[in-house]
Ligand binder design. Structure first.
Ligand code: PFF
Length: 515
């Protein structure tokens, strides 16, 4: 299959930024910040950005472009070219296809809620909900968790899922340049405009309740920005910050490898990787940090923000925000801007999650785009069903753990060690600077070789003991959910095994062809 290419340098930067800027920036970041004490979160967050996020961006852009030069757009082939003496390393690369697909399964479903809520906001469907209880009931009805006066079945939710899913497949079908690049080129500017409008409107809230002058926007910003140095001693806050950096930058999972593989050998990766990361951080800390938290703070105070964030991952975005925006003149329009902003952020991310699987079929099995998209759509559509119908049984949390936490850190560790130690730091540094528009400070040679892997190994070890062992042993799962969680795990193991088989088969075919 002819090598696909990005249309322009700006195009790939926007595509990577589009992948990075997503629900993580506007929903996950505020929840993480609020759950980890606001200002206490930001110092580890920036440390993780400099020591993990940026190095991984550079590592993935470099490995991706390098692997693309050998006709590989996914991790199995790339890892094999980096360490061709090792017969097994390609199987570790399976995580770089599996992880994005697992995230795609639940991410697309949540993304579809945002499309639904955009319409609900515009047409005043949730206007009757004036308390957090009724707004939460609206959400639960929509998710199909309960039947209530708002929703008698999951059908509306399923309808928006079908629309969202089809849109994703359609964009992927149009390809790297005409599909992904075009959507990001238009989507991101719209997203920034909507974000800016919302930030200005939120800042104009001032002190909404004169009886409670301490609940105001300035204090809301202070909640996030007044540093709390004591939290540096808390491992939990460090882990949450590192996890957020991975998720928000789309690092450590394989999608940036795939995007960068469509560059040519002479294209810059150092400045482009940096620019994409900086764009994401702007969207996260400036836009993402200036909407939900200050708005919720101005109406409900710091205790309210913490309470809402603790109540559930979607509470701040789907319950608190519509409640706040509803109190404003033209609340429906602001609600629409909020949910549409999130939907656009979501779709530019979910298409990136689909691309590794498509690229694998195209490169390693010579599938046409149409055939690859059809296989992808059928398989993933089936896998999405448990996330939709068993949301209340903890299936989405389970998928998020394996795809959005476990795989990210594991894959990032493998990549970093391969890059700095197997490929070797001299080669790595030369590749990173080949065609580069900037020179990266030399301290990053040291960071990439020693600090990033040490940090990653520490996270892996610490998480393993503290969180993964109880998680793996189903310690915190309510008795009624155990069978569903076990079934989800079996499904994931089976799916992983199937991918391993196809990697094996692809290499076997290559051997036959070349002999
Ligand atoms: N970075 C996206 C977000 O912040 O929502 C989520 C994501 C996309 C994670 C793609 C991983 C990925 F490969």
């Amino acid at each position: 299959m002819a090598q696909q290419r990005w249309g322009s340098k700006l195009g790939i930067i926007l595509a990577v930024a589009g992948s990075a800027i997503g629900l993580g920036n506007f929903l996950r970041f505020p929840v993480q910040a609020a759950r980890n004490g606001g200002g206490a979160f930001m110092i580890p967050y920036f440390a993780a950005l400099l020591l993990l996020g940026l190095p991984l961006m550079w590592i993935e852009w470099t490995i991706g472009r390098f692997g693309g030069g050998f006709g590989h757009s996914t991790a199995p082939g790339m890892f094999h070219t980096l360490w061709n003496k090792n017969r097994f390393i390609k199987y570790f690369g399976v995580i770089g296809i599996f992880g994005p697909m697992v995230i795609f399964i639940y991410y697309t479903y949540i993304e579809s809620w945002l499309l639904g809520y955009s319409f609900f906001a515009l047409f005043g469907k949730y206007n009757a909900c004036t308390t957090d209880q009724s707004m939460a009931a609206f959400l639960q009805g929509y998710q199909g968790l309960v039947k209530n006066e708002f929703f008698s079945s999951i059908a509306p939710s399923y309808f928006f899922f079908l629309v969202t899913f089809s849109l994703n497949v359609l964009i992927i079908y149009f390809g790297i340049n005409r599909g992904i690049e075009t959507v990001c080129k238009y989507g991101l500017p719209i997203l920034f405009v909507f974000g800016a409008v919302l930030v200005v409107r939120v800042f104009m809230l001032g002190t909404p309740d004169p009886a409670r002058p301490e609940n105001n926007i300035i204090n809301g910003l202070g909640f996030l920005w007044n540093p709390d140095w004591s939290a540096l001693k808390s491992a939990k806050v460090w882990l949450a910050a590192a996890g957020q950096i991975f998720f928000t930058l789309s690092c450590g999972i394989g999608v940036i490898l795939t995007y960068a593989s469509y560059l040519t050998k002479e294209d810059d990766v150092a400045l482009s990787g940096l620019t994409a990361a900086v764009t994401n951080e702007f969207a996260e800390v400036i836009l993402g940090g200036s909407i939900i938290i200050p708005a919720a703070f101005a109406f409900f105070g710091s205790a309210g923000v913490e309470k809402f964030a603790a109540a559930g991952a979607f509470n701040l975005g789907f319950v608190t925000m519509p409640l706040v925006l509803q109190k404003l003149a033209f609340g429906g329009i602001f609600g629409f801007l909020w949910f549409m902003l999130l939907f656009i952020a979501g779709i530019t991310s979910s298409i990136s999650l689909a691309q590794p699987a498509i690229a694998f079929m195209e490169d390693e099995f010579n599938f046409s785009k149409k055939k690859a998209c059809t296989y992808f759509a059928v398989i993933v559509f089936v896998l999405c069903q448990p996330a939709i119908f068993l949301l209340g049984k903890g299936v989405v949390d389970e998928l998020d753990f394996w795809g959005g936490t476990f795989c990210l850190v594991l894959f990032a560790t493998i990549e970093t060690i391969l890059f700095g130690w197997v490929f070797g730091m001299d080669n790595a540094w030369t590749q990173l600077h080949h065609g580069s528009d900037i020179t990266i400070p030399r301290i990053y040679r040291f960071i990439i070789k020693y600090i990033t892997p040490a940090f990653l190994l520490f996270i892996l070890g610490f998480w393993f003991v503290q969180e993964w062992v109880p998680f793996i042993l189903l310690k915190n799962v309510p008795a009624g959910n155990v069978s569903y969680i076990v079934a989800t795990r079996l499904m994931l193991v089976g799916f992983f095994a199937v991918l391993v088989f196809f990697v094996w088969k692809a290499w076997k075919n290559k051997k036959i062809r070349s002999s």
